[in-house]
Design a protein around this ligand. Structure first.
Ligand SMILES: *Cc1c(COP(=O)(O)O)cnc(C)c1O
Length: 215
């Protein structure tokens, strides 16, 4: 565990100042998260609402922010809006409506990103690139959601360089949408691909393995 702080410092050293680190913490313990906080992590990404809620109940939201980065089911929206600061994975009007409704019930404006299925993979989550703008317009009509960014995973690839075209495409989509809508965050890049994502314009990267070690 002594490695976590070192790993974070090594990663942050190479960061341009406009890039924010989300530590992807699925399956990691509260102790590992506390160590990461000591190392300088300010945002954690979680994929499962129940696991996240357990950690949140101990760590809280005062010192750090929590981003939901997993696939959100409609029936989990109520739980998610209670304590997440950002939901990065909105990919349909239905899930946006569920988040809006749950947020309205607790008087919250929920910050969200749209997840883009940048490789147009079948059976993968994320909105198809050609559907993102219309989804963004729908979200604008919802009072208790604020859209502030785009997120993409990209396909699972062996060679990090192969991610580049998907990151480039998502950045182009981001720039296009930004012409008409007030969005500022582009979340892309993981342990093996974050350097390429930053080169291609990511200002949020989500890193798990390179911080905490193999799962
Ligand atoms: C797990 C996860 C990451 C981090 O992946 P690593 O390869 O461990 O860095 C990033 N984004 C999402 C959505 C994840 O689920």
């Amino acid at each position: 565990m002594a490695g976590i702080k070192n790993n974070i410092q090594n990663i942050l050293r190479g960061f341009p100042s406009h890039v924010e680190l989300v530590a992807a913490a699925k399956g990691r313990s509260v102790d590992e998260i506390l160590e990461a906080i000591e190392g300088g992590v300010k945002i954690f990404g979680e994929n499962y609402t129940q696991e996240a809620e357990e950690k949140f109940s101990i760590i809280g939201g005062g010192k750090v922010k929590w981003h939901f980065i997993g696939h959100l089911q409609k029936n989990k929206a109520k739980r998610a809006v209670k304590f997440f600061d950002v939901i990065e994975t909105v990919d349909s009007i239905k899930i946006a409506q569920a988040i809006d409704k749950s947020s309205a019930a607790i008087n919250k404006i929920m910050e969200v990103f749209i997840e883009v299925n940048s490789a147009k993979e079948k059976n993968k989550s994320g909105a198809l690139p050609e559907d993102v703008e219309i989804l963004a317009r729908h979200i604008l009509e919802l009072k208790n959601i604020k859209l502030t960014g785009l997120m993409t995973m990209g396909p699972a690839l062996k060679n990090p360089e192969d991610y580049r075209p998907y990151f480039k495409d998502t950045k182009a989509l981001f720039d296009k949408i930004k012409l008409n809508l007030d969005i500022k965050y582009l979340s892309m890049g993981m342990s093996d691909s974050y350097q390429i994502a930053i080169q291609e314009g990511a200002n949020i990267v989500r890193i798990g393995t390179a911080i905490f070690g193999p799962r």
